[in-house]
Design a protein around this ligand. Structure first.
Ligand code: MSP
Length: 524
């Protein structure tokens, strides 16, 4: 069994409101997963939900429900979002599932036996809102703590800690020796700066069960539950472990376990890409590698860190109503318009800004007038002038197509999704210019130009076919429609199909139809 290309997203807090930010992260991971499959690789794409914690416990209590019933209800809208976004995830992790909890406990048991944890009592300031101890360093000049912490109280508590000290130098060395490990580079520099200028404090991994019951019990000390990161981050290995991943099962020594299968149905670890937002980089670039090192597991190959979306220049916030609801946009404009826009508008890394006008403008210019118009007029002319029958092969646009294909593939391999779309659009633009330059509607009026018209029509139809293949990872529904209108069997889901000359002379295409209807209304 060969190792699959393993890609993950962050797992969303189940009690949050699904918005553009969550949807964006899932879409970029899906585009990467689809492009790897299109390149011929086997893929394992994992996404899911982070369900434990005090906020969930309190909200469930307030609702008079069990925490599990409360999570089960909320999980419905998240799994519906994944489907709405067209995600091709191979599994969906919920941190309240038995398979996840058992792997978390197996890891804790092993690391405890190997001396990675110790118990300690700390006095400090605690934010209930953020469920975290706040350090003196964070105090503002007026003596108070930043508002997002809410009420901060003095608290003395004994907890379990994970030793980090011994790991700092190798982690710096690892990040320096592997430039691709944290992308983009600005984020890598941020983490290197942090590691070089601070002494890592040991990580608190528990909360007393007396205060927090909604968590995974610590197997060697039932008075405690696991706190946040030893639960959430472990999802990336718990699901492959539950499917018998040989690398993880070997390192954890799970051969005596009752829940892990003894035959493997998946080889995934190490992860090829963890797609995450910029706010959780420290957990993924510092704590997670150290946890893996302690588990004796190889490092993930890449952390792909995306920036944050704002709306109209301001932070998205439910309380002010300033949110972009991806479901409403998709219902209004279609899934592919949404997927296209978020990838085309924002490179993976910098922050982005959503405006309804910006969305509508790209829809109109690039989808309706660009791609949609090209496909519609190319196929309509083939229907009108040649009774839908493809003429003999001709290679005038073959070099443009080959260049777009090579560039797109190179960018996809590097997870440069915005650049990949840019390369595809060079071909869209070139083909639209080709229509204007060759003016097939004029050629059609002159019987002496019949051979030239054949050439032009072939080049246009074949370019549409190549575009379907190149666009499949990004806008799969549209790619399938183009293939359907060309009356081609199967799906345009392998990049080798982008080789010029796929359309055969004599083939009869299907019925042309608008891909992106023009709209007068701006997005709601
Ligand atoms: N549960 C943790 C992650 C644990 S991963 C082992 C969490 N959840 S979250 O629901 O708050 O965020 C999920 C993801 O959405 C994170 O990667 C976060 O950065 C991303 N985003 C949340 N808001 C966002 C934007 N406004 N823009 C882009 N991404 C955003 O953190």
């Amino acid at each position: 069994m060969s190792k699959r290309f393993y890609i993950t997203t962050a797992i969303d807090y189940v009690n949050g409101q699904p918005h553009l930010g969550h949807a964006y992260e899932k879409v970029i991971a899906d585009v990467i997963a689809r492009s790897r499959r299109a390149l011929g690789e086997e893929v394992f794409f994992l996404t899911g939900l982070d369900e434990h914690g005090q906020k969930v416990q309190q909200a469930a209590q307030a609702d008079g429900k069990s925490a599990q019933a409360y999570c089960d209800e909320l999980a419905v809208s998240w799994t519906a979002l994944a489907a709405k976004l067209g995600l091709t995830n191979d599994d969906f992790v919920r941190t309240t599932s038995a398979r996840h909890k058992e792997v978390v406990q197996a890891i804790l048991t092993k690391l405890h036996a190997e001396g990675h944890f110790y118990q300690d009592s700390r006095d400090g300031f605690y934010s209930t809102k953020e469920e975290t101890f706040v350090t003196e360093k964070e105090r503002l000049p007026d003596g108070t703590f930043p508002a997002h912490y809410g009420e901060v109280v003095k608290l003395s508590e004994t907890n379990w800690y994970f030793k980090l000290g011994a790991h700092q130098q190798w982690l710096i060395d690892h990040i320096e020796a592997n430039p691709a490990f944290i992308q983009p580079e600005s984020r890598r520099n941020e983490i290197l700066g942090f590691l070089k200028n601070n002494v890592l404090e040991d990580l608190c991994i528990s909360r007393p069960a007396a205060r927090l019951t909604w968590g995974i019990p610590i197997p060697f000390d039932p008075a405690y539950v696991t706190y946040v990161w030893f639960d959430a981050l472990v999802n990336y290995v718990s699901v492959p472990a539950a499917l018998g991943d040989p690398v993880i099962c070997g390192a954890l020594g799970t051969e005596n376990s009752s829940f892990i299968p003894h035959t493997s149905s998946l080889s995934a670890w190490p992860a090829d890409a963890h797609v995450i937002g910029k706010d959780i980089i420290k957990f993924h670039a510092v704590y997670w590698p150290i946890m893996l090192k302690a588990m004796n597991l190889p490092m993930p190959r890449q952390l792909l860190v995306q920036g944050w979306w704002q709306k109209d220049g301001a932070k998205m916030s439910k309380s002010t109503g300033n949110v972009v609801d991806p479901v409403a946009i998709i219902d209004d404009w279609g899934l592919d318009a949404f997927r296209f826009y978020v990838v085309r508008e924002l490179d993976i890394g910098p922050d982005g800004n959503w405006t309804d006008a910006g969305f509508a403008a790209r829809y109109q210019a690039e989808l309706a007038n660009g791609l949609g118009n090209l496909v519609n007029r190319s196929l309509s002319m083939l229907k009108r002038y040649r009774n839908s029958v493809v003429p003999a092969r001709h290679d005038e646009l073959a070099p443009d197509s080959a260049k777009a294909t090579a560039d797109t593939i190179a960018h996809l391999r590097a997870s440069e999704l915005q650049r990949a779309l840019h390369s595809v659009w060079i071909l869209v633009t070139r083909a639209n210019q080709y229509v204007d330059q060759t003016a097939p509607f004029k050629l059609a009026k002159d019987p002496a130009q019949a051979a030239r018209l054949d050439e032009v029509l072939y080049n246009l139809a074949e370019t549409c076919r190549v575009l379907a293949v190149l666009l499949h990872p990004f806008i799969p529904g549209t790619a399938a429609k183009i293939y359907g209108q060309l009356n081609l069997p199967g799906a345009p889901d392998k990049l080798v199909l982008a080789a010029w000359g796929g359309l055969q002379a004599g083939h009869t295409i299907g019925e042309p139809a608008a891909l992106f209807p023009r709209r007068d209304q701006p997005a709601k």
